[in-house]
Write a protein that binds this ligand. Structure first.
Ligand code: NAP
Length: 354
């Protein structure tokens, strides 16, 4: 198997560090460039980064020099964990210079020609890349971290029964706010009932993800979504309380079976980061819990529990997603693996791979 040289933009941030962890020992991708702001550039990564991971920084990565975020990096493609305010111009500059950009930032998620991608949900949406013909490279994005968990759970229900309305209340971990993130005096022993921009992302991004690819782009799914988002004093793992109104008649047991029988449409690609199952259903009423279950499937499996009738809509349940793995770096690495298997990295980079 060819190995691809990967750069990380925003390598020193919370998501950038997860990229370093997830890519450590990856069979296809090797980190050859670490880029961050002027504050970090020119320093060894181990010195520049405020490492918040629980495993040590890989030795050879620790010694690598951090470089500025300029589109002349020594790599075949880049993962981006840049903050949104700088991602817009910098990701575009990389795509214009010929790099495939696999991004976590919100900047291009809802752009009509940019795939918003979860490989198990909408692998065909990479077809939108063909519409980015004005760029030498291209941009592919992964969704907001709460959107990922919600949409993975909605996918089998959308396919089997159709969805009319969704009501979701999130309990989101502190790591979702990056580092240093929420001030300790706001977070400890407290819940903050507002996360800027989050409710809008949960309302709109699933519609694109569950939408249909046509010759004219994506036709969004027609589902009403109402979201309420809260920051809670949890380190990793967003919990989401979801109620759904279905188009076809179905009861809680039908919904449970839909989750249990869901089959990944990309299983045949044998993507290294794809977990054994996208969804894991719990029967214990106390599960899933962030501290106990966030690492399911290496952080790539979405936990679902408490599936029961809803007195207002049809059925309600709880979803747990690892916000910095499935919801950020792991999701982006899986996106890049899908692009390799679809021939969208290989065809562009054939001469450079070994
Ligand atoms: P973060 O911890 O604040 O990290 C930001 C990164 O961007 C750092 O590497 C920083 O470099 C770099 N940066 C900032 N300003 C820059 C500039 N002017 N020029 C070049 N580089 C610059 O943020 P994060 O939590 O990792 O989030 C990164 C992105 O992922 C955001 O767009 C966020 O919305 C998205 N996201 C986050 C999560 C999550 O769970 N945290 C989940 C999904 C998506 P320095 O260290 O040198 O300043």
């Amino acid at each position: 198997m060819a190995r691809y040289r990967a750069g990380i933009l925003g390598a020193t941030g919370a998501v950038g560090q997860k990229f370093v962890e997830v890519l450590n020992g990856h069979p296809w991708f090797e980190i050859t460039a670490l880029a961050a702001s002027e504050r970090s550039a020119g320093r060894p990564y181990g010195e520049a980064v405020n490492w918040i991971g629980s495993t040590a920084i890989p030795e050879e990565i620790s010694r690598m020099e951090v470089v500025p975020v300029t589109p002349d990096l020594d790599c075949d493609f880049v993962f981006s964990g840049l903050t949104a305010n700088v991602a817009t111009s910098m990701e575009l500059a990389f795509a214009q210079a010929g790099y495939p950009v696999i991004s976590n930032a919100r900047s291009f998620r809802m752009h009509a020609d940019v795939p918003l991608l979860i490989p198990e949900v909408n692998p065909d949406h990479t077809g939108l890349i063909d519409r980015q013909s004005e760029l030498e490279g291209y941009i592919v994005t992964n969704p907001n971290c709460s959107t990922v968990g919600l949409t993975c759970a909605l996918k089998p229900l959308h396919d089997l029964f159709g969805l009319e309305a969704v009501q979701v209340t999130t309990l989101q971990a502190l790591s979702g706010a990056g580092y240093p993130g929420v001030a300790s005096l706001d977070a400890l022993g407290n819940v903050v009932p507002y996360i800027g921009g989050e409710e809008d992302k949960l309302r709109t991004e699933p519609l694109k993800l569950l939408g249909t690819l046509t010759q004219d782009g994506i036709t969004p799914a027609d589902i009403k979504i109402s979201a309420q988002c809260n920051r809670v004093p949890v380190l990793e793992g967003h919990l989401e309380c979801v109620s759904v109104k279905l188009k076809a008649q179905a009861v809680a047991d039908d919904v449970r079976r839909a989750f249990e029988l869901f089959e990944s449409p990309v299983r045949h690609y044998h993507l290294p980061t794809e977990p054994p199952s996208l969804l894991q259903v719990f029967t214990d009423e106390y599960f899933p819990q962030p501290r106990r279950h966030v690492e399911l499937g290496g952080g790539m499996t979405v936990g679902i529990g408490r599936i029961r009738p809803c007195e207002v809509l049809d059925v309600k349940f709880v979803v747990l997603v690892h916000n910095t793995v499935r919801g950020a770096a792991g999701g982006a690495v899986l996106n890049a693996e899908l692009l390799v298997r679809q021939g969208r990295l290989a065809s562009r980079l054939q001469e450079q791979t070994v």
